[in-house]
Design a protein around this ligand. Structure first.
Ligand code: NAI
Ligand code: MG
Length: 502
């Protein structure tokens, strides 16, 4: 890869201003330095150059943030505010994200590495829609009335009902693949429900969450309702999970860390929702529209350089079209233009960090050593940036590491289907259960297969499409709980039963 110029020179005025001085953290409505005074560098993965220093939160800062969030929850106006006033603040936040969309897209492309076109049309656009959708829920959270029998007092009359109350102070820990979008996926439903929040962005990509924090304050949210503490997982992240003032943890990230967080959260019986890894199958049947399926299978894995929890990383293709489809996918991904996110010609950005690049390199090597064959790609690209060649492996066996483990990079493994009766078993042969896609025009076949797939989302003739109204989450080791739609409010509310003798 040629040497890439400092991408900060390509930023517009607003984004350039944002990265021109060290960024602080948001606690109790104020932008403050870390109690320790420490900062860390956030890095541009296209060049491996430092972008800017960011305040490095740890247990002391989390403690301040947790107390602020507790005060805002117990004494502040937020949980008692009229629901339509909460809705209006969220709508104002969405308007501000929209008004600053280009700046946010540029910051995302710089910090995360993704093509700015995707940052604009996927990350930022979806974030706006998502906040607006969740704003509407602030006025729609309801309980029910229940007729009770109460055998102990047969002659009495009762009025019994349930209410849904905000769960309290929520700790939210998010990853680096969709930094802004993950931040609003977490914040918006919690805020609509009346919770207060401490959000920790990933250490690789803190910038858009911090800019979002400024927009939260500009929108007029009361102080302490949203606190944003950047820092590392084992320090700031762990402190959020352990803090006694935090009532609930919402986490998106690796299954490995999800298990640690889940176990630690139980020590204080925090509510937990976990959105974790995947090894999602894309299943292509011979009757599918093949051009669409080839394009779709290629995008299913390569979108966001494979750094998507629902990435279609295992491709299953009926034997009689196997060569045609896998070679077609290889053609599509070979033609993708690699480059830095802020270059408008880029279709495939770098992966997020040197660590991830090395990790993916290890998987590529393990694939070759185990006997897999690459139809294209197969190498990490030497140089300063964190680039990896998009790769499709064939000649793989179900027990290979590249087939079993989440690679989280631009690498897909393809396996032929010999017997349609084996498809569900092949697709389900994984510890994960986040998503699956089926490419077919045979309605009866599809409707028979869908219930047999152990996955939280099944796409038919599409992949990686999420909507704020559609519940999202995992079966098996892909997680616990559901985000989006009405379902997410089960994660952010407690149900109270009220029984009154009248
Ligand atoms: P990670 O799970 O370590 O990081 C995700 C978030 O958790 C970050 O904010 C991090 O600071 C925090 N964290 C880490 N350790 C923690 C702890 N002990 N307590 C509390 N918070 C903690 O993921 P990482 O290391 O960045 O990536 C490794 C692999 O994880 C990837 O290769 C990929 O397979 C998977 N991953 C999956 C994601 C998904 O969306 N499902 C997102 C990111 C990574
Ligand atoms: Mg970065």
């Amino acid at each position: 890869m040629d040497v890439i110029a400092d991408q900060k020179t390509k930023l517009g005025e607003a984004a350039a201003a944002f990265v021109s001085s060290p960024r602080k953290m948001l606690i109790d409505g104020d932008w403050v330095e870390a109690a320790s005074g420490k900062t860390f560098a956030t890095i541009d993965p296209a060049t491996n150059r430092e972008i800017v220093q960011v305040a490095e939160g740890d247990a002391a800062d989390v403690d301040k943030a947790a107390r602020a969030a507790r005060r805002a929850f117990e004494e502040g106006e937020w949980p008692r505010m009229r629901p339509c006033a909460r809705e209006r603040l969220l709508l104002r936040l969405a308007d501000l994200i929209e008004a600053n969309a280009e700046e946010l897209a540029e910051l995302e492309a710089l910090d995360q590495g993704k093509p700015v076109m995707f940052a604009r049309h996927a990350d930022v656009a979806m974030a706006i829609d998502f906040v607006r959708y969740m704003a509407g829920w602030a006025t729609k959270i309801e309980g029910s009335t229940i007729d009770v029998s109460m055998p102990m007092v047969p002659d009495a009359e009762f009025h019994a009902y349930t209410t849904r109350e905000p769960v309290g102070v929520v700790g939210q820990i998010i990853p680096w693949n969709f930094p802004l979008l993950m931040a609003v996926w977490k914040l918006a439903p919690a805020l609509a429900a009346g919770c207060t929040v401490i959000l920790k962005p990933a250490e690789q990509t803190p910038l858009t969450a911090l800019r979002l924090g400024e927009l939260v304050m500009e929108a007029g949210f009361p102080k302490g309702v949203v606190n944003i503490v950047p820092g590392y997982g084992h320090t700031a992240g762990a402190a959020i999970v352990d803090h006694p003032e935090v009532d609930k943890i919402a986490f998106t990230g690796s299954t490995e860390v999800g298990k640690i967080i889940g176990a630690n959260a139980m020590k204080t019986m925090k509510r937990v929702s976990l959105e974790l890894g995947g090894k999602s199958p894309a299943i292509v049947m011979a009757d599918a529209d093949l051009d669409m399926a080839v394009q779709g299978a290629a995008q299913a894995i390569m979108f966001n350089t494979g750094q998507v929890c629902t990435a279609g990383s295992r491709l299953f293709v009926e034997r009689k079209i196997f060569d045609k489809v896998t070679e077609g996918v290889a053609e599509v991904i070979k033609a993708m233009q690699l480059g830095p996110g802020l270059d408008p010609a880029t279709q495939l950005g770098p992966v997020v960090s040197k660590e991830q690049q090395a990790r993916i390199g290890g998987y590529l090597q393990a694939g070759f050593e185990a006997g897999a064959k690459a139809l294209c790609g197969g190498k990490v690209i030497e140089g300063e940036g964190c680039f990896v060649e998009p790769t499709i492996f064939v000649d793989v066996k179900p027990d290979m590491q590249v087939v079993r483990e989440e690679i989280f990079g631009p690498v897909v493994v393809a396996q032929p289907i010999d017997d349609v009766n084996d498809i569900a078993a092949m697709a389900n042969d994984t510890i994960y259960g986040l998503a699956a896609s089926v490419w077919s025009n045979d309605l009866r076949f599809v409707h028979r297969l869908v219930p047999r797939l152990k996955a939280g989302t099944v796409w038919v003739n599409c992949h990686n499409l999420v909507d704020p109204a559609l519940p999202f989450g995992g079966y098996k080791q892909s997680g616990i709980g559901r985000e989006m739609g009405a379902a997410v409010f089960h994660e952010y509310t407690e149900t109270k039963s009220v029984c009154m003798m009248v």
